[in-house]
Design a protein around this ligand. Sequence first.
Ligand SMILES: [Zn+2]
Ligand SMILES: [Zn+2]
Length: 177
Amino acid sequence: MAAFQQRRSIIKGDEVGPCYSCGTTVAFGGVKDQGFVFCNKQCHVRKAHFLRDIAAVPDRDATAEAQRIKAGRCHHCGKNGGVDIHRSVFVWSAILITRTQENKLIGCSGCARKKQALDTLGTVALGWWGIPFGLILTPLGLLMNLGQMISSSTKEQPSKYLTQYARERLARSAPRS
Ligand SMILES: [Zn+2]
Ligand SMILES: [Zn+2]
């Protein structure tokens, strides 16, 4: 779901990612629209309708839908409440290569904490062993996970990611005009 507007981050911004139309990884360039990434114009055109539908969803509706999801049931553990899109990064290295994988989880804060803790432990174990990026990206990844854990357990309002997700969901279910 490379569907969120965000400033480009050092680790892995949402502006870099799979093409929203065909799923191909877009490393550089590509076409960007409303926070979505496409590998080229053809892929962009293919989703133009949907992008228009998304833009047409009123902010008020998107926020209301996000609040509904937030208060709803967690798909992972079946408990109610606190559902949001929680994020974490996993960094691993093998001598000359260092990879960062950004994970998103839709679920309650309890399930998010488990996933974030797992990614943090994995990063501590596997992140450092790359020169030079392992040494740079591992502490960044750990800091980011720490920040995410804090915001996941304290935020009461739906995150902007959840609001964007809600907007997409409404756009998908809206009747075509
Ligand atoms: Zn594409
Ligand atoms: Zn849960």
